[in-house]
Each structure stands twice: as C-alpha cells, then as structure tokens.
Design a binder for this molecule. Structure first.
Ligand code: AMP
Ligand code: MG
Length: 415
C-alpha cells in the first residue's frame, strides 16, 4: 500500500515540476487578462501640465478675494483655452482666461472658477467667443479646480509592477503610457484529453450505454479561468493505439501541461496509464481527500501530466486542489481563493478524508449557514451548478456537527 499523502504534501511535490514561464510581447489589446511580465515605468508626468478640472475661467485666486453673488469680482477675459491647445500668454492681475476641462492652465493662473459661478453661460456645441469681461460670484482658493502636473504619476514612477494581472484599468493605463506592445508572461498551454468508449461529443446524439463528455468542457473552462490556454483534443477511445496517437498529438502541440480525465484507475480498459508509462512516467498517489481517486501525476515526454478522475465533480475538485496551483505558479500568480467560514446546518457524516462537499449558503445574522446541495455523488455535475461553495471537512473528522464552523471556498459571489 503506498503511503497516504496529505493534500499539502501532494501539492508541494507537484509544484516542484513547475517553473514560471518566460515573457513574450503582445499587442496592447491582447494583453487583457494576461499577467504583466515586467515593471512598466512612466516616461512622462501625468497629467503633463496643470489643467482645469472644470469648464470655467482660469484666474489668479487673489483676484477673487471677497467676491460673492452680490459683489462679484469683474475680470477681463484675455484668452480662450480649449482642451488640446496651449495657452499663448500669461495671466496678469485682473485677468481671466476662458478654459475648458483638461486644458492647460496659463502661466500666472492658480485657480479655476466653474462657469456656473460666473455671469457667463455658453451652450455646448456653440462656439461663441468669450465676452470681454466675466463677473466671478465666489472667492476661490489657490489650487481650486486645478489638477496639478503629476497628480496621477511622475516620470520614472513604476506605475505597473511586473506580475500585475491586466484588467480594463491596467489596459487603459498602458494605453495612456503609449505601450503599443506589452510584455506578458506566456500563457500556459494546457492540452485536455477526455477518455472513454462511453463518451460522445456535444454534437452527437445519445445512444445506449453512452454519455456526453462533460469533463472536456469543465476543464476547458477551469484552465481558461486561471489564465491558461486550453486545447481540447478529440475523445480518446479505450484502445492503446488511439491513446498513443492522441498523446503524441498532444506532445506535438508543445504544451506546458497535459490533463486527462478518466482511464487512470484500475479498470480493464484504462489505457491512459499504459500509454503514459510508455511515453513518460506516472505516479499514483493516495491522497487523503474526497472526492478524488488516487491522483495520477507524472510526465509525458517531459511535459507534466495530470490524470484526473473521470467523475465530473471529482475532476473539478482535483483540478481545483492540484492543477490550479500549478497553473498559477506558471504565471507567478498567488494561489488565493475566496474563502469564508460557515457553520453546518445539519450533522454531516464524513469518512475521515479531507472532504470537499457542495453547499448552498444562506445568511443568518452575521453567520453563514451551509446546507448540502442534495446528492453529493461525484457523478452529479448539477451539484456543482447549484452550489454556492465547497465546504471543506478536515481529515480525521467522521462526523461534522451542526453549528460547527468550516472553511468554504466560494464558487460564486454571495451577498
Ligand atoms: P473512469 O475513471 O474511467 O472509471 O470513469 C469514472 C466515471 O466518470 C465513469 O462513470 C465515466 O463514465 C465518467 N466519465 C469519464 N469521463 C467523463 C467525461 N469526460 N465526462 C463525463 N463523465 C465522464
Ligand atoms: Mg473509463
């Protein structure tokens, strides 16, 4: 009997086979969802010049001292500064410049008075020249409605550190910085193989004794969710020749990981095991978890290989526990899953292995309460669809009691 591994020591052993992937350069829009591969520094100040945050009048704050509705300050309008232009002259005492949001403040000005606080109004779209004088209805302090130069960042600032995941806001910032091509960590290429004579693909009609391949798609989704590039190959039939051909086709794609589901237990037709032993090496570990039969981990032609269980829930749970950390290691992302603590609604028997059970969550005051989603059969994929999370009953527990708190990995946002 091989030793019984804890989940942690299995993960540690697996991670030994994974090193971060190299950096490549992609077009700006292609970098969305990727991981930044190098620090990005600013080569200019942003904004590059002090500018107005309102449509109004650039003024010298001192000139508005004491101004109010009844007693406005009257200033001579000497310039008009639309956004995208540069002021052509400095303001002197008693002068104002009409200015639009985002336009640079003229030399000498140190504040802006919004148009609503003057006697002026202009309808947008109509480009009338400003009138010769403006009455200012309030006192503004120096800096009012002015966005100072460098408010966002300064030249030389590391505005995006390496390993930042690129979301819409990072994409926009990269664009603002003029990054037409972006260094990103290469995406892990993950080949996904489903095996079994009983499997049909989604476009095939059901037939006696057959089921459709679900794992090929759950694993596709999981790989994509964690930043990988999933590549599904056709279903492997339970013959050595077919399995060999598919694994060779997988290797030709130069993947970083090969994932298969089913066909690695001791069934008479479990051909994957034989082929992996022929092309590489496989270890079967008894890991102290449920669901999840013995975990097969090894390599095929030097590529790390995971043989996941065939049952759809088991395939998803073992991906989450073992494959996800490996995938995240390849792009140097932290393995952080949203987890809450919930108490069990009912006494729940367990079998002493670390158990991952599908639960619905509801709030009771400040406490989250977890209820099983009906059948916990590892063949029932609807249990994953219904679940708000997966409650983890630790190893050694044979009866988890109602009211006892446990960790729950969230599968969806809860409120
Ligand atoms: P096995 O590991 O081959 O013994 O398969 C375990 C169970 O998972 C069997 O009931 C299979 O029919 C089922 N199964 C295997 N592969 C898939 C798949 N790709 N999609 C859905 N169910 C599967
Ligand atoms: Mg099978």
């Amino acid at each position: 009997m091989p030793e019984l591994l804890s989940v942690e020591s299995a993960v540690t052993r697996i991670l030994e086979s994974f090193r971060p992937l190299p950096v490549e350069h992609v077009e700006l829009v292609e970098s969305l969802g990727r991981v930044l591969g190098a620090d990005v520094r600013a080569s200019f100040d942003a904004p590059p010049f002090a500018n107005s945050s309102m449509d109004g009048f650039a003024v010298i704050a001192q000139d508005t001292q004491g101004a109010e509705q009844q007693q406005p300050a009257r200033l001579r309008v000497v310039a008009d500064i639309p956004a995208g232009t540069m002021p052509t002259r400095a303001l002197l005492a008693g002068e104002a410049a009409r200015i639009m949001t985002g336009a640079p403040l003229p030399e000498g000005a140190n504040a802006v008075v919004p148009v609503e606080q003057t006697d002026q109004n202009w309808r947008s779209g109509e480009n009338h020249p400003p009138s010769a004088y403006v009455s200012i209805y309030r006192t503004v302090n120096p800096g009012a409605y002015v966005r100072p130069r460098g408010e966002d960042f300064f030249t030389g600032d590391t505005v995006l550190p390496a390993l930042t995941p690129i979301r819409p806001q990072e994409l926009g910032l990269l664009a603002a910085l003029g990054s037409q091509r972006v260094p990103v960590i290469r995406q892990p290429r993950v080949v996904i193989l489903s095996t079994g004579d009983e499997l049909l693909d989604v476009d095939q009609p059901l037939a006696p004794g057959k089921i459709r391949d679900a794992n090929g798609y759950t694993l596709y989704g999981l790989v994509k969710t964690y930043g990988g590039l999933p590549i599904r190959l056709p279903i492997i039939r339970d013959t050595l020749a077919d399995a060999r051909a598919r694994f060779q086709a997988a290797l030709a794609l130069q993947p970083d990981i090969i994932l298969s589901s089913a066909g690695v237990s001791v069934g008479a037709f479990d051909v994957v095991r034989a082929v992996v032993e022929e092309l590489g090496a496989i270890n079967f570990w008894r890991v102290n978890l449920r669901p999840g039969k013995p975990l097969a981990f090894g390599h095929v032609g030097g590529v790390p290989f995971f043989g996941l269980p065939g049952n759809p829930v088991s395939a998803m749970v073992t991906f989450d526990v073992f494959v996800r950390p490996a995938l995240l290691r390849l792009t140097e992302q932290p393995d952080a899953v949203p987890t809450i603590t919930a108490v069990l609604e009912e006494d729940t028997p367990s079998d002493g292995r670390r158990s991952y059970l599908r639960v619905k969550l509801r709030r009771d005051g400040a406490t989250w309460v977890a209820t099983m989603t009906g059948t916990q059969s590892s063949g029932a994929l609807t249990s994953m669809v219904k679940a708000d999370g997966i409650i983890i009953i630790p190893e050694g527990v044979t009866l988890a009691r109602a009211g006892e708190p446990f960790a729950v990995r969230l599968l969806r946002d809860i409120h």
